[in-house]
Design a protein around this ligand. Structure first.
Ligand code: ZN
Length: 288
């Protein structure tokens, strides 16, 4: 069976019980690399959870060994060239030339989606094991809480592509600026324990306790009144935006796209000639 045919079912799993919706990325063969299809089905699942009055809290998981290896830059199911039915006020990217192609795509599918998900009016919890890399970080970061297993690690190695971090540029908010620079300059993996020390994750637990700890936290929060939770989330997100988070991301997104276009001019490739394989090989060589 081809990868595409394989993936016609259940790339995102959804279940809801006891006030908690669980949304699971289900591409374990590719470490839950996010292609366009996964992104849009994730959006559908989040909307479903928001619309269901029985759901108070949303948990986001990744099936298999790793939470997410990031955006799909090299699996057989990569579908960046295909048009998508858009959910933000952006036009189709797939027939556009030059820098417009990726700018329109990422304004919608990366920055646009992440902002939508970050402002979901219900608490969200990322349940992270194994790798949480680049685009995977974006998914964890848009959630309100992050619970990690002790084998989880976090990295954003895209500086290797000449790109100043992933599209949802929350680094200086998730980490203090000096640590964020080290994280980006080196591309090194940050362990779950270090991420906990930095305040980036809320709890670190053994791998076999991850699901239960996350569920218990979700059920506890689900006892709170819906509007109280929504307003609390809105208040904190608003303060972050007053501190410059949203505007900072706008500037970083522009620099990010200058880098994509520069790469294209120099090498004919917006990722500077890198794909998943070459990035993994380079990261290994550097010992990160
Ligand atoms: Zn990009």
């Amino acid at each position: 069976m081809s990868e595409q045919a394989n993936e016609e079912v259940d790339i995102i799993l959804y279940s809801a019980a006891d006030g908690v919706a669980t949304i699971t990325m289900n591409r374990p063969k590719y470490n839950n690399a996010q292609n366009g299809r996964m992104t849009y089905e994730l959006d559908d699942a989040f909307r479903r959870a928001v619309a269901d009055d029985e759901v108070k809290v949303i948990v986001l998981k990744g099936e298999g060994k790793h939470f997410s290896a990031g955006h799909d830059i090299g699996t057989p199911g990569r579908d960046i060239h295909l048009p998508q039915e858009r959910v933000t006020m952006n036009y189709d990217h797939s027939n556009k030339p030059g820098g417009e192609f990726l700018y329109a795509r990422e304004a919608e599918a990366y920055l646009g989606m992440c902002r939508r998900w970050r402002d979901i009016p219900k608490p969200t919890i990322a349940c992270v094991q194994g790798a949480c890399i680049a685009g995977g970080l974006m998914l964890a970061w848009v959630c309100d809480l992050i619970i990690a297993s002790d084998d989880a690690f976090f990295s954003d190695p895209v500086v290797r592509m000449g790109i100043p971090g992933v599209e949802y540029f929350a680094h200086p908010y998730e980490l203090n600026p000096r640590i964020a620079k080290e994280f980006l300059f080196t591309g090194d993996r940050m362990s779950a324990d270090r991420a906990y020390q930095m305040g980036m994750v809320n709890r670190v637990v053994a791998r076999d306790e991850l699901a239960d700890t996350t569920q218990a936290m979700a059920e506890k929060i689900a006892q709170m009144p819906r509007l109280g939770l929504a307003l609390t989330k809105q208040a904190i997100n608003h303060v972050e935006d007053l501190q410059g988070k949203r505007n900072g991301m706008e500037a970083a997104f522009a620099w990010h796209h200058f880098a994509h276009s520069h790469n294209d001019l120099i090498s004919g490739d917006k990722l500077g000639g890198h794909d998943a394989k070459s990035m993994a090989a380079e990261n290994k060589k550097q010992g990160s």
